[in-house]
Design a protein around this ligand. Structure first.
Ligand code: TXA
Ligand code: MG
Length: 352
């Protein structure tokens, strides 16, 4: 199929493009949309037929449920069986924004988008293009990240085009996303809220609003070989993976740089080697390796924002092995390390 590609700027939205995309959605088509986290592949959340199209275009297993995107808090009452007090408080503070809440689903939500679960994941994204699109079309948008399953999530329209051009009806190019990693997912169906996927909204941010919050044990690196099964089905897959094999080296900056140089020196005899470095460390590596800067250690948000782009950049090279520096696993660092650990298939050398 031919994929329509349209550019829209969030600060001067072209209404014609919103109408065009609404029509595609109303006719059961699927449209890639920019959000503040990553690009999504959107379709009518209440249509089983449309959800099949989404799964097929991504090559995604259909037991992995989709997030439903809404444009008004009132929509919660249609999609959820009950709306707990915590959900309203969190929505008030963090919506529209990079937070997804898991609630008991209502009858309206088809099993096909929840992978058969009795719960549904809901988010109000902070992107005016998407909010306008939902309001104008009157359609709740089921939208997983708009990548081929297993690849890093797309942070630019070019990434979406590389993965899905010819497989979907339309791509709305809204430029580079602001955050660069997927939303925080919090499960509100148990007594204490549980983080199923770390993201830009941190445990501390959530606790400020609702008190104690836990983190799903299965997603912590220290438990990676203990056999816990993550509560978010998507978190169990090797994911975000670049084509090259990858290892993460953890420790003090100087120790890590020395170790990576030593490992790279050896590895270079076998294959082309890449390094994921930061503004502060990039010039400290040996000649002959491909060094890419993910962001600045002085501002972790730049690292979150650059991570998937760097992984995709390496896919365009003939690098077969990547060494990556690591980051402190707290606040936003927890979300960054969660994605890095998965990209590396939990191949970690800890020198701390
Ligand atoms: O930032 C985001 O959340 C992006 C943008 C497009 O909104 N979307 C996104 O969707 O990352 P996706 O499909 O790539 O990841 C959704 C995650 C998966 O790990 C899935 O298993 C989990 O959410 N999930 C969805 N519904 C769930 C539910 N009812 N219970 C537990 N986990 C759920
Ligand atoms: Mg995804």
């Amino acid at each position: 199929m031919e994929t329509i590609i349209r550019q829209v700027r969030e600060d001067s939205i072209n209404k014609e493009v919103i109408s065009e995309a609404s029509k595609v959605l109303q006719e059961g088509g699927i449209v890639a949309i920019p959000t503040e986290t990553v690009y999504g592949l959107a379709g009518d959340a209440l249509s089983s037929e449309v959800s099949h199209k989404i799964y097929e275009a991504k090559g995604r297993p259909s037991d992995n449920p989709l997030i439903v995107h809404i444009s008004s808090v009132d929509d919660l009452y249609k999609l959820a069986k009950k709306v707990p007090e915590e959900a309203l408080k969190l929505a008030d503070k963090y919506w529209p924004g990079p937070l997804t809440m898991v609630l008991e689903k209502s009858e309206l939500v088809p099993d096909t988008i929840t992978g058969g679960l009795s719960t549904v994941a809901i988010r109000m994204p902070n992107n005016k293009i998407v909010l306008d699109l939902i309001s104008e079309s009157g359609i709740y948008l089921a939208a997983p990240s708009a990548n081929t399953s297993g690849k890093p999530s797309p942070t630019t329209a070019e990434h979406v085009i590389a993965d899905l051009s010819g497989k979907i009806d339309m791509i709305i190019d809204g430029g580079k996303v602001g955050i660069g990693i997927e939303s925080t997912i919090v499960d509100l169906t148990s007594e204490v809220p549980v983080i199923l996927r770390p993201g830009f909204i941190t445990k501390k941010d959530l606790e400020e609003v609702v008190g104690d919050v836990e983190i799903d044990k299965a997603i912590l690196q220290k438990n990676s070989n203990k056999g816990f099964v993550p509560k978010a089905p998507g978190m169990k897959y090797k994911h975000y993976a670049p084509k090259a094999d990858m290892a993460i080296v953890l420790g003090d900056d100087d120790v890590v740089i020395d170790k990576i140089n030593q490992l790279a020196q050896d590895k270079m005899k076998e294959c082309k080697v890449g390094i994921i470095a930061t503004t502060q460390t990039a010039d400290k590596y040996i000649q002959g390796v491909e060094v890419k800067i993910v962001g600045s250690r002085e501002n972790e948000a730049t690292i979150a924002n650059g991570l998937y782009s760097v992984l995709r950049e390496f896919d365009k090279t003939d690098v077969e092995f990547i060494y990556s520096e690591g980051f402190v696993e707290d606040e936003l660092g927890q979300a960054i390390m969660n994605r890095l650990f998965k990209a590396a298939g939990h191949n970690v050398m800890d020198l701390r």
